[in-house]
Design a protein around this ligand. Sequence first.
Ligand code: ZN
Length: 334
Amino acid sequence: MQHPKIVKNFICILSLSCLGFFSTAAGTFSPDDRNKKPDDDKKAKIKRDDTTKQVIQSEMLAEAGDESIDTVQILFPSHDLYSSWDTSMAHPYHFYEAFKGDSVIITLTQTADCGFSMPFRGGITSEFGWRKYRPHYGTDIDLETGDSVVNAFDGMVRMAKYCSGYGNCVIVRHNNGLETVYGHLSKIMVEPGQTVTAGGALGLGGNTGRSSGSHLHFEMRYLGQALDTEDFLDYSKGTLKTNTFTLRKSDVENKYDLRALHSRHKRDIGLTRAERKSGKYVKGGKSFKGIYKIRSGDSLGTIARKNHTTVKALCKKNGLKLTSKLRPGQKLKI
Ligand SMILES: [Zn+2]
């Protein structure tokens, strides 16, 4: 039997959260979990809370009749892209879900259903890129504990809880296919399954999780792949740089896949195991920690790639312009 309102084979999600059954049905989330302090649940068991188990086919919905379809049927945003809706894990995506095409055009806002708002207007204290021992998949924005943090694009809260590293964290799935992550909050003010518009309050800024000093750790991800938020947002103006963003496979491989880039970098510069462990040397330019000695043929681009940073960051740290001439032997701060 086919219900007239439902397109054949259209997969629908029965979101129990909207009916207030979330904590009992899904088992792992309760509102009290949302504002834990660091260490509160370090020993807590990580349990998947994948509500896509409640996926029901159109045929099943059709059995239910008009009234119940209207009240129980809800689609999570970008359900055509993602095969899961997990409210307990920050990064539940498997490899098979990752972006594998050559390129995709992401339309960030559509006046009808998806606006934009800067999560917080503040200075950048740390950029997307490799840190000493680990990747930094977000952009850190300076704020004071208690400052209001708002949602970037229209969407639905997927996760809102304390989790290690991020501290109190909110993740929103958007209608444009992206997910945004808001970490280190002092207070969470939303629940999974809640519809949020751009500019809607998500919580208060703070210093929870792996954080030294109050700031917002903000990430933008597409199918789990972290992207550099500065490619999308103009932090000085508080606006989007573009409304249509083309994500290319080559960009993922050469710019965004920080772990793969870091391994490639270590292999390329031929560090010994001991050197890699000590983290003290950056070969290639025969330089000490944090300093790169320019060799002939180097450009800002090649130096940035070798040292796992960006041309922009190099220019900023060394007071250079894109057009500055580099001389062999010159030392650059990395
Ligand atoms: Zn961060």
